[in-house]
Design a binder for this molecule. Structure first.
Ligand SMILES: Nc1ncnc2c1ncn2[C@@H]1O[C@H](COP(=O)(O)OP(=O)(O)OP(=O)(O)O)[C@@H](O)[C@H]1O
Ligand SMILES: [Mg+2]
Length: 422
């Protein structure tokens, strides 16, 4: 949108009153213009072709053609259209299907004026920063034969204390990076014994990290395409097996080889790293370009963070490789972030607000907060984190190389052995 140009909105709802109310709400917004109104999906598809809206407000339940089928049809005509689905509470299954159809955002009825304006501007702004997708083309997250081979950046999301939010932040961060860059993004669930990404992203697959570990010698683009699951956001996900015993088969050497192979195929590889100093975690941390280190304002977590920062120094990780992020940030705790910074002599680079029940709800729904509630403060914070890591990874990549090289040389042996070898 150039200056002075308005966001062109189409309203689709079978209830006349709802259409009129939404139109009235939008009437006084100077940067928004309602260009068409449709009473069902079929009409919406025809009007979208005629009026080329930037944003479509789409009801789900409509006679003739419902909102999901209409979303699919409109996007296959013009993939740059941003569809916001309007639903009533409890239509979880519909929401999933709408996501699959390509909807960008969801609003729950009754819709407040504020949420409506925010969502329209948000999806439109986000679309403006992305390259225009091609109608009918392969999903841009797919690894296709004949494409250039990028050297991927590994972003380890890690906390030395379990339960700090590593898995939740890793999933949301991977989606956020994809939304921000439109590049090839993968998410690896390195918790090979108790992985959570299949639940967080609502993905099922019988092919997991165990298959890659067993066929690590043949690891190539085809094998990765075969094993990695595709999420609706177009990120590719390497899942952990449902059976923890099988997960035990994955060693730190496997993880190194898998990440090395994935670096050839993806621009960004976000790793949900187990909360431990065991070999498998260290393999990931060594290879990472950036370690997003999550801390919460709880004494036992702060203590472990202090310890981890010391270990990172002993392992000679460049200082800028370790990015300290406060998760579940809130001013309701009796420990203040500034006091912690003073105590551990390290700046907290970013805070992700405490999303309370909303994060749990997102996990239970299988729809990451960044997709289900993109205007939520925690989702915005993760968006900022995505920007930070994508900007910063290039700068720190060179610094990470010696540590990674050394890691390959010192296979196994645990942290203690690694440190006394020095
Ligand atoms: N920013 C946040 N605001 C509120 N709750 C959060 C936030 N981040 C994570 N949580 C919650 O914290 C809990 C633990 O999250 P998660 O499973 O992602 O952590 P983890 O560090 O991966 O745990 P584990 O060590 O078991 O793998 C979940 O209930 C999740 O909803
Ligand atoms: Mg986890």
């Amino acid at each position: 949108m150039t200056e002075g140009e308005k966001i062109r909105v189409m309203i689709v709802d079978d209830i006349v009153d709802t259409r009129d109310q939404l139109e009235k709400l939008l009437f006084f917004e100077k940067d928004i213009e309602v260009v068409a109104k449709a009473g069902n999906g079929r009409e919406a598809v025809a009007l979208a072709k005629q009026h080329h809206p930037d944003v479509v407000l789409m009801d789900i339940n409509m006679p003739d053609m419902d909102g999901i089928a209409a979303t699919e049809a409109i996007l296959s005509q013009d993939p740059s259209v941003q569809v916001i689905i309007m639903s009533v509470q409890g239509e979880t299954d519909y929401l999933r299907r709408a996501m699959l159809a390509g909807a960008r955002e969801f609003l729950t009825k009754p819709i407040s004026a504020d949420d409506l304006y925010k969502s329209i501007r948000h999806v439109h702004r986000r679309a403006a920063t992305r390259p225009r997708p091609v109608a009918g083309g392969a999903g841009p997250g797919m690894v296709m034969a004949g494409e250039s081979v990028p050297e991927g950046q590994i972003i380890a999301v890690f906390s030395p204390k379990g339960g700090a939010g590593t898995s939740s932040v890793a999933a949301n961060l991977a989606v956020a990076i994809r939304q921000l860059t439109n590049k090839k993004v993968a998410l690896v669930d390195a918790n090979s014994t108790f992985g959570d990404q299949s639940v967080i992203l609502n993905l099922r697959s019988d092919k997991t990290i165990v298959e890659l570990a067993q066929r690590v010698e043949e690891l190539d683009r085809d094998l990765l395409n075969d094993v990695l699951a595709t999420h609706t956001s177009q990120i590719k996900v390497l899942l952990a097996p449902l059976d923890p015993q099988r997960g035990e088969l994955v060693t730190s050497d496997h993880l190194r080889a898998i990440l090395e192979g994935m670096k050839q195929e993806f621009d960004f590889i976000v790793v949900d790293t187990p909360a431990s100093f065991q070999d498998r975690s260290l393999a990931v941390l060594d290879m990472a370009t950036r370690i997003v280190t999550l801390m919460t304002l709880e004494m036992h977590c702060i203590r472990n963070i202090k310890l981890f920062l010391e270990v990172a120094e002993l392992l000679e990780y460049p200082r800028e490789k370790v990015m300290l992020v406060l998760n579940k940030a809130s001013n309701r705790t009796n420990i203040r972030a500034e006091e912690v910074e003073k105590n551990i002599q390290r700046k907290i680079q970013l805070q992700i607000c405490d999303a309370g029940q909303d994060m749990t709800f997102a996990i239970n729904q299988g729809v990451p907060l960044i997709i289900g509630k993109p205007t939520h403060q925690a989702a915005r914070d993760i968006g900022i984190l995505a920007r930070e890591v994508t900007l910063a990874t290039k700068a720190t990549a060179a610094g990470a190389a010696p540590a990674a090289a050394e890691a390959s040389a010192s296979k196994g042996g645990g942290l203690f052995n690694r440190l006394i070898k020095r």
